[in-house]
Design a protein around this ligand. Structure first.
Ligand code: PLP
Length: 391
């Protein structure tokens, strides 16, 4: 089997260089552990950009659901219905706000569906979508238009009517809405932007504003959900319901599953011919999604995310490290803001066998899978605190 160096060289030769990849090839995973092509073991506190956020790597419940489905039916197309897709949609509806689902594969695609749904519901002439500074909604042209300018460079022009205002500033959002506005898209907790927590009053204020102006409130929970923040969906921390919810990453237990979930009044605007995704909701991926949602319920993972998230925050605060400026987040969506750039910390952690992430230059992101064991957690925290103490 090829080692890290060989695989990294082949990657440089045959893959487009659009990712800032580390010189490591991962070959195996189990729960919150990973092994690279040279046999080195890692504790994974980032779970594949959140995609393994519920079940970690190769959870037996997900593996067996996928194996069983693979032996029955992979793909059938959406002219037919299929049982895993219905089961997953039902669970998203019942754990959420009674919405109806459209399935696709990535966060960006679920955002595109949400934008189209907001526009078609708002009607002719109402096309503007408000988003927020430090947000992230994806790389497709619609989603990119809503995302900060630094990601848009060279790809202009963006979608007309993409308006950005400051997060956690209700007056700014109110001032941005006009007769042409179709909706507001908001992350209930900003992920890529630095794990930024809004106030409850602010999110409630956005809900009220959308009701008043009869525009769609879209919660983009591609990072936050399902379950990561200690509730099925992050909006549930704020005592509101969105009109449209986008969800991806952890939903498929590591397989590509994304959904745009909408209240029936919005969902009804998508009729045959208005939107689609050939492989969206295919039985194989939907079975993984359903098994992931069931795992959260059966293993009480919401309470576990809440408990260990708090434990991690307490432990970092208790260490009173001069380099730590702030610790924030909900459940297992955590940010550790440093007094200086975090790249060296992140690289030193990797060298010692801990995978984390750094965003916005100074914010370390910790997002272990909800199934992380106490032992894995303790080992990962030892590495992190040891590295931070020397930073
Ligand atoms: C909140 C949010 N929305 C959308 C996306 C895009 O998701 P994807 O990379 O699956 O297209 C991301 C990705 O990080 C995200 O964090």
């Amino acid at each position: 089997m090829a080692g890290n160096a060989e695989l990294v060289a082949l990657t440089g030769k045959y893959l487009i260089g659009n990712y800032g990849r580390l010189p490591v090839a991962m070959v195996r995973g189990q729960g919150a552990k990973l092994w690279d092509a040279d046999g080195k073991e890692y504790i994974d506190f980032f779970a594949g950009f959140g995609a393994g956020g519920v079940a970690g790597h190769c959870h037996p419940a997900i593996v067996s659901a996928v194996k069983a489905q693979a032996e029955k039916l992979f793909c059938v197309g959406n002219l037919f219905t299929n049982e895993p897709q219905v089961g997953l949609a039902r669970m998203l509806s019942e754990k959420g706000f009674g919405g109806q689902s459209f399935f696709c594969h990535s966060g960006a695609e679920s955002v595109e569906a949400a934008l189209k749904l907001a526009r078609i519901t708002a009607g002719p002439g109402r096309y503007k979508i408000i988003s927020f500074n430090h947000c992230f909604h994806g790389r497709t042209m619609g989603a990119l238009s809503l995302t900060p300018e630094k990601f848009q460079k060279g790809f202009e022009p963006m979608l007309p009517g993409s308006v950005k205002v400051d997060y956690n500033d209700l007056a700014a959002a109110r001032a941005a809405v006009d007769e042409e506005t179709a909706g507001i898209i908001i992350e209930p907790i900003q992920g890529e932007g630095g794990v930024n927590m809004p106030s409850v009053e602010y999110i409630q204020g956005i809900r009220k504003l959308c009701d008043e102006k009869k525009i769609a409130m879209i919660c983009d929970e591609v990072w936050c959900s399902p379950g990561r923040t200690g509730k099925w969906f992050a909006y549930q921390h704020f005592g509101i319901e969105p009109d449209i919810l986008t969800i991806a990453k952890a939903l498929g237990g590591g397989l590509p599953v994304a959904a745009c979930v909408a209240k029936p009044a919005f969902a009804a605007k998508f009729v045959p011919g208005t939107h689609g995704c050939t492989l969206g909701g295919n039985p194989l991926c939907a079975a993984a999604g359903l098994a992931t949602m069931e795992l959260i319920e059966k293993e009480g993972l919401l309470a576990r995310a809440e408990k260990i998230g708090q434990q991690i925050q307490n432990q970092i605060r208790a260490a009173k490290l001069p380099v730590v400026k702030d610790v924030r987040g909900k459940g297992l969506m955590l940010g550790v803001e440093l007094t200086k750039p975090g790249k060296d910390v992140f690289i030193a952690c990797l060298a010692k066998g801990l995978c984390i992430n750094c965003t916005q230059d100074v914010v370390l992101r910790l997002a272990p899978a909800m199934v992380v064991s106490d032992q894995e957690l303790a080992k990962g925290m030892d590495i992190l605190l040891g590295v931070l103490a020397k930073a």
